[in-house]
Design a protein. Structure first.
Length: 52
């Protein structure tokens, strides 16, 4: 929820591929490259701040 509130990025659990682990998320490749670059940049900023 913090990622959404602070960086406006919604991250939801991924599922599929008949795997037993649940520590991953899925990424859609529908947005253009610039949008994906922006979103991943915001995610990187968030996680850098979170780990300090």
């Amino acid at each position: 929820m913090s990622l959404l509130e602070k960086k406006h990025v919604l991250l939801v659990p991924g599922s599929s591929f008949n795997v037993t682990y649940t520590d991953h998320f899925r990424i859609t490749l529908l947005p253009d490259e610039g949008t994906l670059r922006d979103v991943f940049g915001r995610m990187e900023e968030f996680f850098d701040e979170w780990t300090r």
